[in-house]
Design a protein around this ligand. Structure first.
Ligand code: MEV
Length: 310
């Protein structure tokens, strides 16, 4: 271990293209890693400290020590313990995607931090330790997540993901680069609360909610080849149906619905909320219609930004 050097780690954010919430209950989903995410740096210090910085405006988001009884303090402690990092270190993580908005900021933060700490500790080869540090951090933030955010942060690319008990399977999908736009339509949402809300709904209306999950699963099965073929109109239609299914699960909001309507009217192939909902982001598949959708959102007071996936 070189104690004088500064080590760094990176991870991408994620965009759930299809299947959020249903994926928690064992149904498949499709996710893509985002070109932006988190970058961490680690250096020896007088005491352990983790600082999160918003890369989009340079402002500090949060700071924590591993002894603190906060989610961030506990997550930092989990990362340090898994990587057996006793030597005091300063970890700085710059996050360049919206935080708490359904784009996988917590998994990107944990993955970038764990990678930087592992490099500092000379444990880069030990991928399973990095993975388990990320999973533990995610469990602190989100309760019992499906693991899709962590899988995207760790691996990037586009893939079909399915959880099966404690295991999960991933199947890569080759998607030609395509332009999308993302709009932060709602306030940050609490993933744990939204997952609990849908789970409670499932327990009270098992048949009806189970049918919605089954529909989402069919959309995922049809979306995977449509994405691989670059059939954007088919992908967009499936996104619109998936958004409707999420509305029926009670996780959309008037702002998310309105951002979707505006995007479709402006020519997007399709639009849906992404992540846990209850606020957070909408994304629209736009490709050559990107500028029209950004302009329409702007006219209606929504700010959006463009990315190319995967
Ligand atoms: C959150 O990004 C996606 C959810 O499906 C929760 C999960 O899969 O852990 C809502």
């Amino acid at each position: 271990m070189d104690r004088t050097q500064k080590m760094s780690g990176r991870a991408c954010g994620k965009l759930i293209l299809f299947g959020e919430h249903a994926v928690v209950h064992g149904y498949p989903a499709v996710v893509a890693g985002l070109p932006r995410g988190a970058t961490a740096s680690v250096a020896a210090a007088a005491e352990h400290q983790l600082t999160l910085v918003n890369g989009r405006n340079g402002e500090r988001i949060a700071r924590a020590r591993p002894t603190e009884d906060t989610k961030l303090g506990k997550a930092f402690n989990a990362i340090l313990s898994k990587l057996q990092m006793a030597l005091p270190i300063n970890v700085n993580v710059t996050i360049d995607i919206p935080v708490g908005a359904g784009l996988g900021s917590s998994a990107a933060m944990a993955t970038a931090a764990a990678r930087a700490v592992a490099t500092f500790a000379g444990m880069t080869d030990n991928l399973s330790v990095i993975e388990s540090a990320v999973h533990e951090s995610e469990a602190i933030f989100h309760g019992s997540p499906s693991g899709i955010d962590a899988a995207a942060a760790l691996g990037g690319g586009a893939f079909k993901f399915q959880r099966n008990g404690d295991q999960s399977s991933m199947e890569a999908i080759w998607v030609d680069p395509v332009r999308i736009v993302i709009c932060e339509a709602g306030p940050p949402a609490d993933t744990k609360e939204m997952v609990q809300k849908v789970t409670n709904f499932y327990h009270t209306r098992e048949n009806a909610v189970g049918s919605v999950f089954a529909l989402i699963s069919e959309l995922v099965d049809e979306a995977a080849p449509a994405l691989a073929e670059g059939d954007w109109q088919r992908v967009g239609d499936l996104m619109n149906i998936n958004h409707g299914a999420l509305v029926s699960l009670g996780v959309s909001t008037p702002a998310l619905d309105s951002a979707c309507h505006i995007a479709r009217q402006a020519g997007a192939y399709g639009a849906k909320l992404t992540g846990s909902g209850g606020g957070g982001c909408v994304f629209a598949l736009t490709d050559d219609r990107t500028e029209d959708v950004l302009e329409a959102w702007k006219d209606m007071g929504y700010s959006g930004f463009e990315m190319t996936i995967p």
